[in-house]
Design a protein around this ligand. Structure first.
Ligand SMILES: [Zn+2]
Length: 398
């Protein structure tokens, strides 16, 4: 391919909207526009990755840090839109919203009599716990939804210090939406002061920690009132008892008890369906230095960045043209920078684009029958006889 065929436009500056270095270098190397659209070079690179993917294990040959589950491969990245719960000790991995963890019950207590108490303006767990001077663990948090399928009103209870995972709830009840004020009123619940006690026609779903928690403070379904000492089984029961809450960093791994960490990631592959744009970002994130991209051979759409330095006496362009043809005949993929630009401009572009090898055809070397060859990752050039280039490149890229 020629530089011009791909209409490559490199950028001197990092884009203002760059959230990661990898994105910044993909834009600067001319693979992406600032608006995150693929350029011709970007499309060409994705096609290259698509061809590689006929080998099922290709992702593992790209030298990318990754976290795997049975059917997904993720790449850790600060800007990732997916959060994983990950145990570094036993490698347990799951999407955070589905992650299991060991829940810690409070010490068991005698069930105390239900007691209605005045709790003015306590319509959040925080306000309630602070007003009563109790830990949030001693409260029951209520959440109300309606099932899409049949408009069934769903009343959910989790312990006050826990966060509901809607994803886990959906696994139990199907698709849901937040209940409307009208639906809440019809059920007999009062938002901000709600509990499952005395509701009509509600599907009650509780987290499995609730039956193990005694004497929780819960709503009295009356404005400004709560019940002290509510107890599952005595005061209400549920159709579904299940794990409904979201794990947090530091929670104990359900397999081994060590603390889970929360890792932001992007997905590279799900059940052998690959996300090539994410793979390309992961490659750029992993393989760059302060001058630009530095792709490993397998990942790079081109083995060689070939350039000529315009000469005073000799036609270096024509010689580079010959080398372009002979390298391609030898099965080496080449990006030929055939512009009549200054050497400095081309060196910068070669570094930004990141092909593993740069070949420079210049007057001085040619006079001795040599071209300059440089590995992207090395600082030093080496001089190679023109008739030995293909051989030399093949041995370097092995
Ligand atoms: Zn573990």
């Amino acid at each position: 391919m020629r530089y011009r065929d791909l209409q490559i436009e490199t950028q001197r500056q990092s884009p203002n909207n760059a959230r990661t270095e990898g994105f910044s270098f993909l834009v600067r190397g001319g693979y992406l526009t600032r608006e995150n659209l693929l350029t011709k070079l970007g499309e060409y690179t994705l096609d290259h990755l698509r061809k590689l993917s006929t080998d099922e294990s290709f992702l593992f040959h790209l030298s990318l840090p990754n976290i795997n589950t049975d059917h997904e491969i993720y790449f850790p990245i600060q800007s990732g839109s997916i959060n994983l719960a990950y145990c570094a000790d036993c490698n347990y991995t799951d999407r955070l919203e589905f992650a299991r963890f060991q829940k810690i019950s409070l010490p068991g207590e005698e069930q105390l009599p239900l007691e209605k108490i005045l709790t003015p303006d306590c319509h959040t767990i925080e306000a309630l716990a602070s007003f009563l001077n109790i830990p949030r663990e001693k409260t029951a948090k209520a959440l109300m939804y309606t099932r899409d399928l049949n408009n069934k009103f769903i009343f959910v209870v989790v312990r006050g210090d826990m966060q509901l995972s809607e994803a886990k709830l959906k696994q139990q009840v199907g698709e849901i939406r937040p209940a409307t004020a009208e639906e809440i009123e019809e059920s007999g619940a009062v938002a901000g002061y709600a509990s499952p006690i005395g509701l009509k026609d509600a599907l009650i779903v509780v987290d499995d920690l609730i039956p193990r928690s005694q004497n929780l403070v819960a709503g009295a379904n009356e404005i400004d009132y709560h019940f002290k000492n509510t107890n599952y089984g005595r005061d209400y029961s549920a159709e579904i008892v299940a794990d409904l809450v979201q794990a947090r960093a530091g929670d104990a791994c359900s397999n081994c008890g060590n603390p889970l960490s929360v890792v932001p990631v992007i997905s590279l592959s799900t059940r052998n369906e690959h996300n090539f744009e994410n793979i390309s970002l992961a490659l750029a994130e992993t393989h760059h230095d302060d001058k630009g991209l530095a792709f490993p051979k397998l990942a790079s759409p081109f083995d060689v960045y070939l350039m000529h330095v315009p000469g005073k006496e000799m036609n270096t362009h024509a010689k580079a043209e010959d080398i372009y043809n002979s390298l391609q005949s030898a099965g080496i993929s080449v990006l030929f920078d055939d512009r009549d630009e200054r050497a400095g401009v081309k060196f910068n572009d070669a570094d930004l684009i990141g092909c593993p090898v740069r070949v420079t055809v210049g007057e001085k070397g040619l006079k001795e029958g040599m071209v300059e060859l440089k590995l992207r990752r090395d600082k030093e050039n080496r001089l190679v006889p023109v008739n030995k280039i293909a051989e030399e490149i093949k041995s370097l890229l092995k």
